[in-house]
Design a protein around this ligand. Structure first.
Ligand code: NDP
Ligand code: OXD
Length: 319
């Protein structure tokens, strides 16, 4: 039997992190850790499978015989924009742990705004005692844009916390206990939303979708007084100047942002210091490297058994 081709791994983790995860992965075929400077010039012509996150543009010239590409992340916008990307199947990362972490972040942000945690922090710093009597979750409607793997899980967990949850996606979804909308119902969806949660992939259609016009259509005078914007999808889907301006003018009462058009967010960006804006450094749901390797092993095993790959990227749709 011919030897199995090693898996090429080029991720944006440190060489040590990748080496550690590879210690227990791909035992039957081996791997090439391209993050390790010692392997920079490795011969990649015989490689069938590559696990990648934002690789160098010449990688596909160096590895011309790839059969499947595995994305190191759930979002594939940066992978799809690489020049010379071969026309072979691409599998994105779908994982229980990543999904769980994202839902933790989304639920936490919704609760932070519901219970005005920022206001309590301000009072605490000034040693002032101001009990608040805000609304309960059931008085607040969370509208989720993107009802995919992450949006659906977040919706279910927000429901458990008592929020009224509605959702919007390209194709209309049937989800128990959650009212759903498609493109035709966009304005109605926005008009009902107190807290908007963005869990969309970045595509041509979703670039700049979170903008001043959208913010102005969110429900005003709901239980929170002013609407709140939360985004953990992709930064280029939001117009950051519009977020800053909407916060300053009171169109938005707050925001939680995990993703930015340019990352890291520049130290002098006004978003850092705006009242009621919570910033996290794109760590709402970091891919766990061991889970990532396990997921690739499972998909390669399926592929080699002749079974269909799961979580395939649709290049036409862009996600
Ligand atoms: P999925 O592909 O499972 O879901 C995407 C959802 O977005 C689908 O419901 C899809 O609609 C909807 N959608 C896409 N385009 C449009 C559009 N033009 N109009 C309306 N709805 C649209 O993705 P995931 O849930 O797994 O992940 C979502 C995104 O989250 C990723 O692409 C990534 O950018 C981001 N992410 C961020 C992380 C972070 O750490 N901040 C971590 C992981 C992911 P339909 O169902 O009809 O196809
Ligand atoms: C992803 C991410 O897409 O971490 O997985 O942003």
């Amino acid at each position: 039997m011919p030897a199995k081709s090693p898996v090429l791994v080029d991720l944006k983790f440190s060489p040590e992190t990748v080496a550690k995860a590879l210690e227990t992965a791909f035992a039957d075929r081996g791997s090439i850790n391209l993050v390790d400077p010692a392997n920079k010039g490795a011969d990649l012509r015989h490689v069938d499978y590559a696990l990648l996150w934002k690789p160098d543009a010449d990688l596909f010239d160096r590895a011309p015989n790839l059969k499947v590409i595995f994305s190191g992340g759930a979002g594939v916008d940066s992978m799809l924009s690489i020049a010379g990307l071969p026309d072979i199947p691409m599998v994105r990362f779908v994982d229980r742990s990543l999904t769980t972490r994202m839902s933790e972040w989304v639920v936490m942000q919704c609760l932070m705004h519901l219970r005005d945690v920022q206001g309590h922090f301000r009072n605490q710093r000034q040693h002032v005692w101001v009990p608040q009597h805000g609304p309960e979750a059931a008085d607040v409607t969370v509208g989720i844009m993107g009802l995919g793997v992450l949006g659906c899980d977040a919706a279910a967990k927000l429901k458990i916390m008592g929020f009224n949850v509605i959702g919007w996606s390209r194709s209309r979804k049937e989800i128990d206990g959650i009212e759903t909308f498609d493109a035709g119902g966009f304005d109605e969806f926005l008009a009902r939303t107190d807290i908007l949660v963005g869990l969309l992939p970045l595509t041509q259609e979703t670039t700049g979708i979170y903008n001043a016009s959208l913010f102005s259509k969110l429900r005003r005078h709901g239980a929170l007084g002013k609407p709140v914007f939360i985004n953990a999808g992709r930064g280029k889907s939001q117009v950051q100047a519009d977020i800053a301006s909407a916060i300053r003018t009171g169109i938005l009462g707050g925001a939680s942002l995990d993703v930015f058009a340019v990352e890291p967010l520049s130290a002098d960006d006004p978003l850092w210091t705006l009242e009621n804006v919570i910033i996290t450094p794109h760590d709402s749901a970091v891919s766990d490297e061991k889970s990532l390797m396990r997921h690739v092993e499972e998909q390669i095993a399926r592929f080699e058994r002749g079974e269909p790959l799961q979580h395939l990227v649709d290049r036409g749709r862009g996600y």
